[in-house]
Design a protein around this ligand. Structure first.
Ligand SMILES: *Cc1c(COP(=O)(O)O)cnc(C)c1O
Length: 345
């Protein structure tokens, strides 16, 4: 095998979804936007449907079309960006449900697809998507007369348990939906973990299913193994890679891996992270190239066939920390060149 291998454990992923679902009485939906956070929306979606998921959320209509083709009829597919100009045929042909974010979207939807199901998003303080209290007050009666399938809002700080904004958003969401006979949804993974008060009728877990630390009990889902192409001895004072960004201070053994920033391994990880050869961490040395990475295997004592960037020793969050970003971006950056293997599901 000359390319790196990305292994996606669908059994772990569906077990994480089931564990999140079991944390409350709400129906657990599943967020599979951005190609299921880079892991493959068709495979992930089918595994989740088999595990019992009936409600899916994607970001844009095109993602909904692909997901419908993978899942077939039955599951509800919500489009978080709502009804965008030109999407009416796709929404109608593929039975997709837009979550309307504004008065403009509502008018567009009611004109283009009267009678077609829709949801609504309310803004409770994130100022990203959804209707603010004043806009909501103006359209509420028209919207409710049409019978929305769901009303959602989104938490800005759910991962920070002490952040006062969580309870502010919760009480505003309650106020804006008081007395309504419509399924409500507020919680992403962070909101599910925060408290049952945030669960309402449908939850929207994403990162927790994919093994992110927001859900501390999550099982790891991804493993990324990179084959070693070549190993060499490097004398003290010699450099490795572009721009001489790492210089050996001792007699060193360097392995060159077949993977690079073209595979979504963030270039800033050069000199800042390690890969694992069995139980031994091997520092990434020098700049990450487009297709190649140098690692210091001196302390390993032998030449490995492959090493892991993601796996049991090191998850997406550890790599995210090293890169100065978050596990989500590590996942969604994963490249297209890997050999992808799916386990279970
Ligand atoms: C991405 C997203 C989610 C999932 O969030 P996680 O933090 O990954 O659980 C839920 N709801 C909305 C509106 C989102 O955009």
């Amino acid at each position: 095998m000359s390319t790196a291998t990305l292994t996606i454990d669908l059994s772990a992923l569906t077990a994480n979804w089931s564990a999140l679902a079991a944390m409350g009485r709400a129906e657990a939906g599943a967020v599979v936007k951005a190609d299921a956070y880079g892991l493959g929306a068709a495979r992930v979606g089918r595994a989740l449907a088999k595990a019992g998921a009936r409600t899916f959320f994607v970001a844009v209509t095109e993602e909904g079309v692909a997901l419908r083709q993978a899942l077939g009829d039955g599951p509800v597919i919500y489009i978080l960006s709502g009804h965008m100009a030109g999407d009416a045929d796709m929404l109608s042909d593929m039975d997709l449900t837009p979550i309307l974010n504004s008065l403009d979207q509502m008018i567009r939807h009611l004109e283009a697809l009267p009678g077609h199901p829709f949801g609504l998003q309310l803004d409770t303080g994130m100022n990203r998507l959804g209707m603010e209290p004043s806009e909501w007050a103006a359209v509420r009666d028209i919207a409710l007369a049409q019978g929305p399938q769901i009303i959602i809002s989104h938490l800005a700080c759910a991962e920070d348990r002490d952040e006062a904004m969580n309870t502010d958003q919760l009480s505003l969401f309650r106020q804006m939906t008081a007395g309504l006979d419509c399924p409500l949804s507020l919680a992403n993974t962070g909101g599910i973990v925060l408290d049952r008060a945030y669960h309402f009728d449908v939850t929207r877990p994403g990162i927790g299913m994919y093994g992110g630390r927001t859900f501390p009990q999550a099982q790891p889902v991804v493993t990324l193994d990179m084959p070693v192409i070549q190993c060499r001895d490097v004398a003290p004072g010699e450099a490795v890679g572009y721009s001489r960004a790492w210089i050996a201070e001792r007699p060193s053994r360097i392995a060159t891996l077949s993977a690079g920033y073209a595979d979504g391994i963030l270039r800033c990880l050069g000199n800042r992270a390690a890969v694992w050869a069995e139980d031994t961490p091997c520092p990434i040395v020098g700049r990450i190239s487009m297709d190649l990475i140098g690692v210091d295997i001196t302390d390993l004592g032998h030449d490995p066939k492959s090493v892991a960037l993601l796996g049991p020793h090191q998850g997406i969050d550890v790599v995210g920390d090293a890169a100065g970003t978050i596990g989500y971006e590590i996942l969604t950056s994963l490249g297209a060149r890997y050999t992808r293997r799916y386990l279970g599901g």
